[in-house]
Each structure stands twice: as structure tokens, then as C-alpha cells.
Write a new protein. Sequence first.
Length: 132
Amino acid sequence: ALETLARHHKIKNFYGVSDYYKRWRDEDGKPWDGGASVADASEQLTLLKIKYTVHNPASFDTLKDACKRDRGCVIGVKDWSKKPKGYHAIVLTEFTDAGRIVFVDSNHPGWKWETNLAWLTEHWMGFCIVLD
């Protein structure tokens, strides 16, 4: 999701960062396919000298502000699919005062999803990463 956000802002030195976690191995030596944690993302952002802020916990106002400033943000949501992974990161690109929410899911490049405040309230895990 961070690479998707970076592409949204055309931060080219961050393109390909999702390949970083693909080199990890699980306890059985199999390639890890579960994504990265907030700490992993922070490590990579710091290494690449990209300014960011982690809000944990964050508020709806924080999310709205990031979107209004055209920063967007990466948020963690409870996985709504049938996968047992537990959570997924998405890129929030719009959050209006009327409760219209638009996000991009890196698992579906080129698609934009539209939802509402009720969905976000149910699925959001309470943190976000905003590129400064």
C-alpha cells in the first residue's frame, strides 16, 4: 500500500519498495506473502529519507485532513475477504465531510473503491501513515 501511495504522489525513489518484503521468509523458509508491518514501513521510509508521520491511534479528522491536503494515507483495515491474514493496508484518497470514502487497494491496481463511514468504522484498525 505504501508503494501505491508513493505512486499516487509520484515519489519515484519509492517505486519497487514492495519487493523488499517479498524477500522475507516465514518460519518454514517459505517466501512471506503477508505484507509489511507499520514498523517495517517506517524503516523503509526512513531509509529512503521520505518524510512521514505515523498516527496510532489516529482519528477520522486525521484521515480527512490527509485527504483534503491531497496527501492520502495508508490505513490498516480488518481483512474483509475470507483470508485468515487478519488485516490489510489500503490507500485512502478521499474522505469527505459527508462520509464519502474512496480508497485504492494495491491488490487490485487501477481500481478505486467507494464506501462509507459505516464500513470504515467497522473495518479500520485505528492507525494511518501519512507522507509529509
